[in-house]
Design a protein around this ligand. Sequence first.
Ligand SMILES: Cc1ncc(COP(=O)(O)O)c(C=O)c1O
Length: 399
Amino acid sequence: MPQLAKRVGRAKPSAIMAVAEKARKLKAEGRDIVSFSIGVPNFLPGEHVYAAAREALARDSGQYGSNRGSEALLDAFLGHMAKLGLEGYRRENCVVAVGAKHILYNLFEAMLDEGDEIAFPTPYWTSYLDIAEIVGAKIRLLPCGSEQDYKLTPAQLDEALSHKPRVFLFNNPSNPTGMVYTPDEVKALAAVIAKHPDTWVITDDIYNRMLFDGIAYSNFVQFEPSLRERTVFVDSLSKTYGMPGWRVGLMAGPQEVAKAVVTLNSNHITNIPEIVTAAAVAALSGPQDVPKAKCAEFAGKRDQVMATLESIPGLICPRPQGAFYVFPDISCAFGKSHKGVKIDNDVDFCNVLLEAKGVACVPGSAFGEPRSMRISYTCPTEQLPVGLERIREFFAELS
Ligand SMILES: Cc1ncc(COP(=O)(O)O)c(C=O)c1O
């Protein structure tokens, strides 16, 4: 048989999906499972989004569309960005693709030749590492453990950028930690980036409308306008609007980068579908009641999760202020046993927790932090206290 390309050998199936798969299997066997594993929103978009899709279907052209994205969608995105405080961008700076994952894939292809370096904080969203490996980039991980609230410090960033990586990738609010950098923290990091002109900056801010406690969204370019020349803002409709399966991702950055991504789109996908485009315009520019209500709901769920975790002796958990994840440091359980079953690491912990209590969480090693695990709390509201109580019991039963 002929050989496959080496890059495919570097691609790994998602560790998050492995947990979800095991949980699904146990459920199929009749077990009562609470899943805190997959990071998907548990809601659907507003009726106006479906109405726009139906209307588009009724007058469908059936034709190819723009490689960059329709003007209506680019304008809706620009309007949305202005509300976030990101003004002064034009259609030429923007591109639409098949989800933020596809935008990121395109950006990595556009910016990184094989062997070029990309730096990003750990814990990281799993696909950063996987896509970087597929494109053959050299990866510099910047460890940010629970002791520093999972946040990158200016000194760490300065050191990393002194190696002149081609790309620095930043994620705020964070998946998997839910942590949010305050405007002052973003400002301090922006000042460091401004000193290192050889590096592209990608800010993956897809959870930018899921912020709690009155904390404001901020971006490097707001504090250092010169960074616009080399910073790309990445957004998505997946989480905010309950539309992960519709596959709409967007970016805004330097025209030259946008043009490169349009070229990649023209060779990969041509365009996103007309009906999806109409739904995306309606989501971005229509009533924002659904995302607002969901954000308030998630803030309340975050409080519930934190109340349980804070009651567990030895557990360390920085308090998240966004997205829908909590990322406790569970290393206090390592070396202990649950009803005779030894727990040596995060993978053991999640396996034993799933087997013994029917609660599925994702081991932190999937995100480069093996001392922790991720709890995604978008499950149905009535299941949340059930799963949390089982986690509390599980810790109490460790010896
Ligand atoms: C931080 C982060 N970036 C990007 C994505 C990809 O989003 P999309 O569904 O738009 O591809 C995700 C999805 O989980 C994510 O958590």
